[in-house]
Design a protein around this ligand. Structure first.
Ligand SMILES: Cc1ncc(COP(=O)(O)O)c(C=O)c1O
Length: 353
């Protein structure tokens, strides 16, 4: 029997729950997606793409990159577009890590980092959050960085814990490790408004990843990007395939950047109306939760599995966590106020049942 590399054989597959299920009819709070239908201008742009008869052509990215450059506030040579930020992560890890090299990351973190490191055969130096998820474990994290470290990963804010890292701590890590690449994953940037971008000019070891999957309602189209020093970006172009990102995705992203009111209005409602409403509900009903910095949170019911199943039976998907530290929680993302009221009604019935 043929064998894959031993480090791959030793891994478990990354398979989100419900991933092989039709999720369409549910209120989907399980994958941190945009929770509404995409706005009308997105559908119009997709139809125009088909009408322009472009599917048979390989993609090209010039117009998109110039718009992205304006949106992100950096020159185009600081950008590379990727097939979701999953691919951004894969490209960066492949560029910097070899077999046995060490990557420092706070745990639990976004699982793709560990999946790709596992495929490469890199060593994961995990630094655990504390049980109360009270903050980024800065002291332990910097202690874990040593001469073997070839890559530092900061997820800001972290998924699944929601914990944010202060910009001053990120700056110190960048300052103190000028020869080690530091990824700052900003998948939730549109929800937090917080970015490390200002450090880029002074810290060429900084590499930022972002995505169009969350606030831009594009998870199914797979579009992300990397912001870094041009010398590093040009290396990444050697790893990414020339046509890895489809033109349908870049076209929709362009229209989303052209019509910011729709997604900004959604983000405002989620963060400033819906999230406080949900927190109030949990507070009033003595439900333990970890609010986090972005549009998702961990919830810790007495009977976690019962809660997840009850919600599912009543049309709402949330994500039971598997990492040891948070095994007693589920993660849910927050949608519109109407969707939050729907969640509250069902959860209330679960508590009272
Ligand atoms: C922290 C973080 N990084 C990266 C991603 C990947 O996003 P995508 O590949 O859809 O761009 C996610 C998705 O949930 C995430 O939470």
């Amino acid at each position: 029997m043929i064998q894959v590399k031993p480090n791959i054989a030793a891994m478990s597959p990354y398979s989100p729950p419900w991933s092989n299920m039709e999720r369409k009819g549910y209120l989907r709070l399980d994958l941190n997606e945009y929770t509404q239908d995409p706005p009308e201008h997105v559908i119009t742009a997709l139809k125009a793409y088909i009408d322009e008869n472009r599917i048979q052509m390989y993609p090209e990215y010039s117009r998109f990159l110039s718009k992205l450059s304006l949106y992100a506030g950096v020159n185009e040579d600081h950008l590379i577009v990727t097939n979701g930020s999953d691919q951004a992560i894969e490209i960066i890890l492949r560029a910097f890590l070899g077999y046995g090299d060490a990557m420092v990351i706070a745990q639990p973190g976004f699982p793709i980092f560990e999946q790709v490191a596992g495929v490469i055969g890199a060593k994961i130096c995990g630094v655990s959050y504390d049980q109360n998820l009270s903050g980024f474990p800065y002291n332990e994290f910097v202690k874990a960085i040593n001469p073997e470290t070839k890559l530092i990963v900061i997820i800001n804010p972290d998924n699944p814990t929601g914990v944010a890292v202060s910009l001053s701590q990120i700056q110190k890590i960048l300052d103190e490790n000028p020869d080690i690449p530091v990824i700052v994953d900003e998948a939730y940037f549109e929800y937090t408004g917080i970015t490390s971008l200002d450090f880029l000019e002074t810290h060429p070891n900084l590499i930022i990843t972002r995505t169009f999957s969350k606030a831009f309602a594009m998870a199914g189209l797979r579009l992300g990007y990397i912001i870094a020093h041009p010398d590093i970006i040009s290396q990444f172009y050697k790893i990414r395939g020339p046509f890895d990102v489809n033109n349908c995705a870049t076209l929709v992203a362009e229209t989303q950047m052209d019509f910011p009111d729709a997604w900004k209005g959604y983000v405002h409602e989620v963060m400033n109306v819906s999230k406080p409403r949900l927190e109030r509900f949990f507070d009033e009903n003595d439900v333990r939760y970890y609010p986090g910095a972005a549009q998702f949170m961990l919830v810790q019911p007495q009977d976690r599995d019962g809660a997840v199943q009850y919600l599912k039976d009543h049309g709402i998907l949330v994500r039971p966590m598997v990492a040891e530290l948070i095994r007693h929680t589920f993660r849910m993302n927050i949608g519109t106020l109407e969707q939050t009221e729907q969640f509250i009604e069902v959860y209330k019935a679960f508590i009272e049942a």
